[in-house]
Write a protein that binds this ligand. Structure first.
Ligand code: NAD
Ligand code: TDX
Length: 341
């Protein structure tokens, strides 16, 4: 089995490569990644020990490079994680989101079609469904919920999903799509809520909570996402969409307070700041389809997963200290400078 993982130097992609190496040591894995600010070769040091792993530096939207790679490697399966993934950055610069998330997906689909891959899997997001009201805890996203995006990030992800389905319908490409809720765990870039708050709390810096902190996210430990994607590759039905989420809904304020309590830091570090434009209120996944059809269930409860994650960041300062300079410090100043002053 020869597997192309795109975006494998990012948060979920690197966890997926480790999961697949552990679960299917005989698979040959090629990781195609552009190494944007979010891609980190340090995350893959152990993966590189395997003779069945190879890294290729490149852009999924570079048609010549992608065609050449497919011609040489003749992949059986493609799993596309590569994306611009941060909602706040999509407010600053939407165009790169369209280029990578939409055009890049289309380039991969074309190559998958030309070289007859047996499965193309698109890693999508629950954000394509938009948001749910805070006062209707009975409502959840199902696979048939309408696409109703809020941000340039989610709009570009939804555009990619539509292209994936179009390549299935028009060309018979054997595709699957997964739409997962918020992930957390090791190797997540510290622009996202959980690692940002852990690192700021460790340094006794103010924790910028948007609005009132009442927005709700449905948190899933990253390895449970990896298990679900593998199950879809093994047993999923071609042409189908699978929602992934674990009924682990928490307010942002609850998440931030849990981090402070675990690190023994005062709640006085919390600073309520100007809200994110277009901020989605609540995400909540109904995972009934993947549970009934593929037998997937989350294995890590939030209370355990958040402790494991905090411990990982405390024990790996070498991984995150290198990130905290240069582009990252400029980003933090642009995004939070005025809000926190
Ligand atoms: P990430 O930002 O941590 O990693 C993205 C990776 O893609 C990086 O390694 C980056 O270098 C690479 N990349 C970016 N542009 C590229 C390009 N043009 N060509 C090749 N590589 C490129 O993202 P993540 O959080 O690991 O998310 C991975 C996927 O999962 C994304 O498609 C995202 O939409 C989806 N997703 C994420 C979450 C979440 O909570 N993080 C939840 C649901 C779905
Ligand atoms: O500084 C912050 N303060 C804050 O209150 C940040 C960075 C976030 N937040 C809030 C906004 C959200 O309500 O925390 C919540 C989570 O924010 P993010 O970590 O930016 O994630 P979110 O916007 O929910 O999107 C994530 O889940 C779906 C991923 O980044 C996406 O890639 C994925 O598709």
């Amino acid at each position: 089995m020869k597997l192309l993982v795109t975006g494998g130097a990012g948060f979920i992609g690197s966890n997926f490569i480790y999961y697949m190496q552990k679960t299917h040591p005989d698979y040959e894995i090629v990781n195609l990644d552009l190494l944007t600010y979010a891609g980190n070769p340090d995350s893959l040091k152990e993966a590189e020990q395997s003779p069945n792993y190879r890294f290729v530096h490149g852009d999924i939207a570079d048609s010549a490079l992608v065609t050449d790679l497919f011609e040489k490697e003749r992949f059986d399966t493609v799993v596309n994680f590569a994306a611009e993934s941060h909602v706040d950055r999509a407010v600053l610069n939407p165009s790169v989101f369209v280029r990578t998330n939409v055009l890049g997906t289309q380039v991969l689909l074309d190559a998958a079609k030309t070289y007859g891959v047996k499965r193309y899997h698109q890693v999508s997001t629950d954000e394509v469904y938009g948001d749910l009201p805070l006062d209707r805890p009975d409502l959840f996203f199902t696979e048939t919920s309408p696409l109703h995006t809020s941000s340039p990030y989610s709009a570009a992800k939804a555009g990619a999903d539509l292209l994936v389905l179009a390549y299935h319908r028009t060309f018979g490409l054997p595709v699957t799509i997964s739409r997962c809720s918020n992930n957390y765990g090791p190797y997540q870039f510290p622009e996202k809520l959980i690692p940002l708050m852990i690192l700021r709390a460790l340094k006794d810096e103010p924790l910028p909570v948007y609005g009132t902190g009442e927005n709700i996210r449905d948190w899933l430990y990253v390895e449970d996402h990896c298990i679900a994607i593998d199950m879809i590759l093994q047993k999923g039905t071609v042409g189908e969409i699978y929602n992934i989420g674990g009924h682990n809904e928490k307010t942002n304020l609850h998440v931030v307070k849990t981090i402070l309590e675990t690190l023994n830091k005062p709640e006085a570090l919390i600073s309520f700041v100007t809200d994110r434009p277009g901020h989605d209120r609540r995400y909540a996944i109904d995972p009934a389809k993947i549970s009934a059809e593929l037998g997937w269930m989350p294995t890590v409860a939030f209370e355990n997963g958040i402790r494991k994650t905090i411990r990982w960041y405390v024990e790996h300062p070498d991984w995150w200290q290198r990130i905290l300079t240069g582009e990252y410090s400029r980003y933090i100043e642009t995004m939070y400078g005025k809000r926190l002053s």
